[in-house]
Design a protein around this ligand. Structure first.
Ligand code: AMP
Ligand code: MN
Ligand code: MN
Ligand code: MN
Length: 284
């Protein structure tokens, strides 16, 4: 299949930390020209059957998707899974375990915020969570913006939700090998999400990519809403050097918060192998 395809293989719905339902996202993607779509909620596949049906109704092809939170060498990294069987037991159970720690973490985050005078943040954040099993920092950020503590979610993260700040709670997510394993066992392809967003040295990055590949990971996000043009070139070069396929996705969360809308991003360069080439028989 061609690299010049409006594929958007990374975005979020109310099933994780997006603000639109799968039924609202699909027509929005189609209106923006998306031809091949995947909904990739954090640690969740509860929206997959709805998203596939909504894609069909909107005239788009569909790949199943998720974005798994992973702890690798003390750092949180995100692994996108595409084209897997959404009913596969290893995947369903692995993601349920990964989600499991979120509620306790959210309560601890609220305790940290209470210590600096912000009361009721757990209950406040929960009001914004479309899925109570998937309470995330994004929901805290929306609560702090709506209650007037900060101007926008970026400011909330900077002041309260990143390492060293009062609402940050260190957390152990899934292991890299487990996340890649669940995706592969369920027949899908594992993709390193937005690699430029991890605060890591070149040595650490090399370790991440080599371990990811040793576990059977096959692709990397090259064009994403969170990469600059220069970063896209850097990871296109790296994909070719390592023999990885390339993915493309907006990482859209909300019309009010996301600077990159569904499908509105540069095409993959022609020298790359698009990840959808590896997934031709998984496209619905
Ligand atoms: P969590 O999985 O609970 O740690 O939340 C991670 C989510 O927070 C990411 O998927 C993003 O949607 C969001 N996020 C992370 N950093 C920022 C930031 N600086 N500004 C806005 N949203 C962010
Ligand atoms: Mn998110
Ligand atoms: Mn991510
Ligand atoms: Mn994402």
């Amino acid at each position: 299949m061609q690299t010049i395809l409006n594929a958007d293989l990374h975005c979020h719905s109310v099933v994780s930390d997006g603000t639109l339902t799968p039924e609202q996202l699909a027509p929005r993607a189609a209106a923006n020209g998306v031809e091949l779509w995947a909904l990739t909620d954090h640690d969740e596949i509860g929206g997959q059957h709805r998203a596939a049906a909504a894609a069909r109704a909107a005239g788009m092809r569909y790949l199943t998707g998720t974005e798994i939170s992973v702890t690798f060498a003390g750092l949180t990294v995100h692994i996108v899974g595409l084209g897997f069987d959404p009913d596969h037991a290893a995947m369903v159970q692995g993601l349920a375990r990964t989600r499991g720690g979120r509620d306790e973490r959210a309560r601890e985050m609220a305790e940290g915020l209470a210590r600096v005078g912000i009361a009721g943040a757990y209950e406040g954040a929960l009001q914004y969570a479309g899925n109570p099993e998937l309470i995330s920092r994004t929901h805290f950020a929306r609560f702090l913006v709506e209650s007037g503590v900060c101007r926008d979610t970026n400011e909330v993260f900077r002041k309260f939700l990143v390492e060293g700040k009062p609402g940050f709670v260190p957390h152990r997510w899934a292991r890299l090998g487990d996340a890649v394993g669940w995706i592969r066992e369920a027949g899908g392809v594992a993709v390193i999400a937005h690699p430029a967003r991890y605060d890591q040295s070149a040595t650490q990055e090399y370790a991440l990519f080599t371990e990811f590949m040793a576990h059977g990971g096959q692709a990397v996000e090259v064009v994403t809403g969170s990469h600059t043009a220069a970063e896209a070139v850097k990871y296109a070069d790296l994909a070719l050097e390592l023999g990885l396929a390339a993915s493309r996705g907006s990482d859209f969360h909300s019309p009010d918060e996301s600077h990159c809308d569904l499908g509105k991003l540069p095409f993959l360069e022609g020298r790359l192998t698009p990840v959808w080439e590896l997934l031709a028989d998984r496209i619905q």
